[in-house]
Design a protein around this ligand. Structure first.
Ligand SMILES: [Zn+2]
Length: 201
């Protein structure tokens, strides 16, 4: 597991995983501006420790991380720190990853790509054990909390090529999924999932 830099595409509707060494910067680029990227991180030396949204909300005292905030694992240790964000700063930590059941409930017929299966495929490709499907950090996802605690599902507010940069606080496996949601307009009102990109350096 080298500290080499890498770049890649997160194909529309699909997942992609990579290793990042402690101290490396992971950039996630919203190439077309309207794509939600579900993001997970696992301790590379023990994947039963992973980025946890519920623990991170406690550590941060907020539901949307900003530059300077560290997200933590299920063992409450920092795993990712936001070091730069050229988007308007709208991301989501509340919603579960989409899965086959979500699409079945929405009325999809037959198999529908989903972030949960994308995570499993990416971890398998990395040769890493997947302990469970943690709740993801939903980059660029616009889920405002309204009055009486209601939430809404809105298109991203980021622009093409805007990005967020995260510092790895431990050796980790990071997995991205260009969310294939095309039945609710979280990936833009056109409901057409697109590619995104990442760079680790
Ligand atoms: Zn999804």
């Amino acid at each position: 597991m080298s500290q080499s830099s890498k770049k890649g595409t997160i194909p529309a509707r699909k997942g992609k995983g990579a290793f990042a060494a402690k101290g490396q910067i992971i950039r996630v680029i919203n190439t077309h501006g309207q794509q939600v990227v579900d993001t997970w991180a696992f301790n590379a030396h023990d994947t039963s420790e992973f980025l946890s949204m519920e623990h991170s909300r406690v550590a941060m005292g907020k539901i949307i991380p900003e530059v300077g905030d560290s997200l933590v694992t299920n063992k409450r240790r920092p795993i990712l720190t936001i070091v730069e964000d050229t988007t308007p700063g709208i991301h989501d930590t509340l919603l579960a990853a989409c899965d086959r059941y979500r699409y079945e409930l929405l009325g999809a017929k037959g198999y529908h790509d989903n972030c949960t299966d994308n995570l499993a495929s990416a971890m398998k490709e990395l040769g890493a054990k997947l302990p469970e499907t943690p709740s993801p950090l939903n980059l660029f996802m616009n889920i405002p909390v309204l009055e009486k605690g209601r939430v809404d599902f809105r298109p991203p507010v980021s622009q093409p090529d805007q990005y967020i940069a995260l510092r790895a606080e431990m050796d980790l496996f990071v997995v991205f999924s260009a969310c294939p949601q095309d039945m609710v307009p979280i990936n833009g009102i056109a409901c057409i999932p697109t590619d995104a990109e990442f760079a680790i350096e």
